[in-house]
Design a protein around this ligand. Sequence first.
Ligand code: RNT
Ligand code: ZN
Length: 423
Amino acid sequence: MSGRTKQVDQAFALAKERYAGLGVDVERALARLAAIPISLHCWQGDDVGGFENIGAELGGGLAVTGSYPGKARTPDELRGDLDRALSLIPGTHRINLHASYAETGGKRVERDALEPAHFAGWIDWAKNNRLGMDFNPTYFAHPKAADGYTLAHPDPAIRRFWIDHGIACRKIGAAIGEALGTPCITNVWIPDGSKDTPVDRKGPRLRLAESLDAVFAEPIDPARNRDAVEAKLFGIGSESYVVGSHEFYLGYAIARKKLLCLDAGHFHPTEVISDKVSAVLTWLDEILLHVSRGVRWDSDHVVTLTDELQAIAQEVVRGDDLDRVHIGLDFFDASINRVAAWVVGARCMLKALLLALLEPTERLRRLEAEGDLTSRLAMLEELKTLPLGAVWDYYCAKSDVPVGPAWIDEVKRYEKDVLSRRP
Ligand code: RNT
Ligand code: ZN
C-alpha cells in the first residue's frame, strides 16, 4: 500500500469511531465509493483538440484559455497522460471519448464514415486497463459546423451529414459497450443557436427533433449503448438562442426514453443541477451528469469541492440513485498542468461522494420529519467538520494511490520527465 503509514491508520481508526458514534458505517461507505465510476473526459488532455487535423477552429462556442506546456499531441500521448492521472485517482473509472479522437492511421475519414475500427486503439487500451468507456459524436470543430448549425441546419444535406455522424457514433458506442462489457453512454451535444435574436425559434427545434429521431431510429441493446442528450442555455456565439435548450431536451428525453445530460455550467448562474436531479429522475430512468464548474458563466473551470459539488453528490446518494446517475466530468483548463486538472477534478468528485456516503442521513431525515429544523440545521453544520480527511487518506492508501498532496510530486515528476519534452 502506497503511503499507508501508522499515522494514516491511527487517524482512520479514530475517525471510524467518531462516525460510528453517529451510526455511520465507514467501511460500508468506502465499499460503496469504490463501486462508483467517474467518467474522465479525454478532452481535458489536449484542450478539446482531437486528432483530425482538419484545420477547423474549435468553434461551437467552446473556448479553452491558457498555454501551459505539455499538451498531448497523439493518441499515445493522451493515453499515457490518462494512465498517469488514473494512477493518482482511487477506484476504477471510465474514459469519455469524443469522435474527433479517432485513429485513422493518417487517412482522412469523414465523420459520417467513422467506424468502430477507428477506435480500436482506445478500446484495446481500455480493455487492458479494465476501464469502461463513454462516447460523444463531435458536432463542432468542422467546416460543416462553421456557421453554428448542425442537426438543426436549414440545409437538408448538412443535416443529413450530421445525422449520419450520429448514427455512426451510436454504432461505435455499441461496439465499445460490447468489447468492454459495460454499456457505453453516447452523449449528443450540438452547438446550434444564434448570436442575435432570431425570428424563427420554432423551425430549428422541429428540425432538431426530426434529426434526433433519425439518429436514434435503430434500436440498440441498452446493455451495449445508451443515448443521452445534453441541453445548454447559451454559448459564445449563441447568446440569444440555443435550439437544444433545457425544456427541449427534457421533453425529448421523456418522450423518447433517452438519458438527459445535466451539465453544471449549462443553466442560469443561480440555478443548480443538484436540485434538478430528483426532479428529472421522477420522469426519467437514468441521467448523465457533466460535472463542471462555471465561474460567473459556463467557463468550464476544474471541478473543486464547492457547496454545489457536495450538493450534487448528496442528491445522488440521498436519493439512492447511484445506479441511475452516470457521473462524468466536463471541464478544460489549459492554464495549469493538464494531468493535474484531471486529478484535482476527479479526486474532488470522489471526496464529495464520500462526504455524502458518510452522512447520517436517516438521522437527519428523522429530525426533518419531526419538524426539528433547529437540530437539522445544527447537525448539518456539525457534520462539515467531521474527520472526512482521515477516511479519505485511508481510502487513497488502501487503493494504492498517493495520500494527501503527495500526488502533486508525482505530477511534477511526470511533467519534468515527459510533458516538458513535448515541444
Ligand atoms: C459544451 C458541452 C459539451 C462539451 C464536450 C466537449 O458546452 O458541455 O459537453 O463540453 O462535448
Ligand atoms: Zn457538457
